[in-house]
Design a protein around this ligand. Sequence first.
Ligand SMILES: Nc1ncnc2c1ncn2[C@@H]1O[C@H](COP(=O)(O)OP(=O)(O)OP(=O)(O)O)[C@@H](O)[C@H]1O
Length: 224
Amino acid sequence: MPIIRTEHLGRDFRIGEEVISIIKQVNLSIEKGKLTILRGRSGSGKTTLMNLLGTLDKPSRGKIFFDNEDMTAIPEKKLDNLRRLNMGFVFQSVALISLMSAYENVEFGLRIAGYEASQRKNRAEECLNIVGLGKRMHHMPAQLSGGEQQRVAIARAIAHKPKIIFADEPTAELDTNTGLQVVKLFKELVEHEGITILMTTHDPNIIEVADNVITIEDGEVVYE
Ligand SMILES: Nc1ncnc2c1ncn2[C@@H]1O[C@H](COP(=O)(O)OP(=O)(O)OP(=O)(O)O)[C@@H](O)[C@H]1O
């Protein structure tokens, strides 16, 4: 059962006089409750595709269905709500607020998601425990390693119980072992929390951990 499905998805960019098709006629499905990796060379269109699927960018052509609802046909406000409630994002460079502790970063995310104060404390602590940072939740980001900071970002991304997490090169700034730990954590989240995760990477060690792999070449999905 796919959580996301696309039909003839395309995205063009105008560069000077020229219009270049960066994503071309992509038909893909992201399966619910799985860890899917989107892989491809630098410049193949991974980030562009991920931004379209996460509704951070608008397609030039085609449709994107989320839980069978056509996201390209719904009003902006409804789309904002759908994104806020159902999607979580993790980026390559960890975007934690440096003046807030790990706990405060996660709690703040819940505040933005509209959680009431009484629920925020428990859920923030629970998520920091899930990512293995229960004992360090009151550390400031600067007192945590790169891998630990990324785990705080993951705790923040899962806190509001999204259906899907989009992670764009979340291991790119980590050493191989730390990167592998982050992906193993993703795998646990998929298995134990029922979340769907789509992440981009070009690291072959990480690809082995995935349930599904989608390869993109020059803006097109290729199947082996
Ligand atoms: N806003 C934009 N305007 C013009 N061209 C763009 C824009 N965004 C991306 N591109 C181009 O689209 C192509 C694909 O970029 P994208 O960032 O999606 O690739 P990627 O596979 O994620 O690469 P990397 O692995 O290096 O992050 C690149 O050639 C890039 O220059």
